[in-house]
Design a protein around this ligand. Structure first.
Ligand code: URA
Length: 422
């Protein structure tokens, strides 16, 4: 077997055989297939697709590239959720402790920012002292004692995906349904969760721009999970507007803590509760009441224990950017549009994300929204505040926001879209 013949098969719109898939994933993991060969294959897959059987084999080969975790010593049922990535998507932060407070064990292996979308680990690292990297033994003990753990996947878990994920980020091959589905599901299946809820994002701020593509991605992932014995369900949710009022690491932690304290933006609370209900159902905990656990402080309790268990101080002040710049409303009226992609890109340009994988992110950088679509705005009043330690970046971020919001005359009619689409 050789890499060139595998690339040619897919370049010429053929089907990859099981043997070709097993070989190329194993050889790439060992370093016997070069990055440039794998990036050519990833581009051929993006352009020509894979059928369900190829995706299933590709996923199985990625799982087999590393170890599988075993949660059988836990007494609680395990429940996990994964979002396909969005702008202001801080839902894991309130959700993991909330579901744990309702009786499930939540092993949340999370990632860093990818493109314009934020990463859960980057957000939590803005809490002084918090550590993303745990050994498998440490992870299991936090899960056992606290009920929820959010940490980086260990090096041994789906190492083929680790290499391929970084390669796709820099070769324009992120947005391929077979590659997204196999990337997410190989990690989740290897992680060993009993049930999984997928939050498949749709809209300008998501990797899937159309409902049709999002449906196909969701169906592919649910099929993969079910075939591997993981109870898997998917929600399709809107990502045409940022979630909540913040995009950026420490800004999103602050907003998540507000939700855990019983406040926070209505859309973040709605999605957190909807996903919690799905996770608890999938885990068989149908009597649990997540709204009560949010209101009575038990989710906040788990959050504080979860942060402390990983070295963080839940009472420490969060980092604040050195400089801010306020964008004001150019006219009075009703805010009718606020583009998620533009806000994500602006936050990324302000330093909340990285341009190269070795770059550090700025904890305080990001965008704070003062209004969401449907709100009445007054000319000259603050619409957005940009935060960064590097004020030279304001102009670059403002360029991303050019045309990002629309304001219509009062009374011209606005109807908000649904957050949960299906
Ligand atoms: N999240 C992943 O883990 N993989 C992808 O390919 C996209 C989002």
């Amino acid at each position: 077997m050789d890499a060139i013949s595998v690339i040619r098969t897919k370049r010429d719109r053929g089907r990859l055989s099981d043997e070709q898939i097993d070989w190329v994933i194993d050889a790439y993991t060992r370093g016997a297939v070069a990055d440039e060969q794998m990036s050519a294959l990833a581009m051929a897959i993006l352009l020509n697709g894979m059928d369900r059987a190829e995706i299933a084999r590709w996923t199985a080969a990625m799982i087999a590239s590393g170890e599988r975790m075993d949660f059988s010593r836990l007494t609680r049922p395990t429940a996990d959720k994964h979002s396909t990535g969005g702008v202001g998507d801080k839902i894991t932060l309130p959700l993991a402790p909330l579901v744990a407070a309702c009786g499930a064990a939540v092993p949340q292996l999370s990632g860093r920012g990818l493109g314009h979308t934020g990463g859960t680990l980057d957000k939590l690292e803005s809490i002084p002292g918090w550590r993303a990297t745990l050994s498998n033994e440490e992870m299991l003990s936090v899960l056992d004692e606290v009920g929820a753990v959010v940490c980086a996947a260990g090096d041994g878990l789906a190492p083929a995906d680790k290499k391929l994920y970084a390669l796709r980020d820099v070769t324009g091959t992120v947005e391929a349904i077979p590659l997204i589905a196999s990337s997410i599901m190989s990690k989740k299946i290897a992680e060993g969760t009993g049930s999984l809820v997928l939050d498949v994002k749709v809209g300008s701020g998501a990797f899937m721009k159309s409902l049709e593509d999002a449906r196909e991605l969701a169906a592919t992932m649910v099929g993969l999970g079910t075939d591997h014995g993981v109870r898997t369900v998917a929600l399709l949710t809107d990502m045409s507007v940022p979630l909540g009022l913040t995009a950026g690491n420490a800004l999103e932690v602050r907003e998540s803590v507000e939700v855990l304290a019983g406040g926070g933006p209505a859309d973040v609370v709605e999605l957190t509760l909807a996903l919690a209900r799905e996770m608890l159902d999938a885990a068989g905990l149908t009597d649990a009441d997540p709204a009560k656990a949010l209101a009575d402080g038990s989710a906040m309790d788990v959050w504080r224990r979860m942060i402390r268990a990983q070295g963080g101080d839940p009472d420490a002040a969060l980092p604040v950017a050195r400089e801010t710049h306020v964008v004001t409303a150019p006219a009075s009226g009703v805010l009718t549009g606020l583009d998620a992609y533009a806000v994500g890109l602006a936050a990324w340009r302000l330093g909340a994300g990285r341009a190269r994988k070795e770059d550090a992110v700025q904890a305080g950088a990001g965008v704070e929204l003062h209004a969401k679509p449907g709100a009445t705005v007054v000319q000259g009043a603050p619409l957005l505040t940009l935060h960064t330690d590097t004020p030279e970046l304001f102009a670059y971020a403002l360029e991303a926001l050019d045309g990002a919001f629309t304001i219509a005359a009062a009374g011209s009619g606005f109807s908000a879209g649904r957050l949960i689409l299906d």
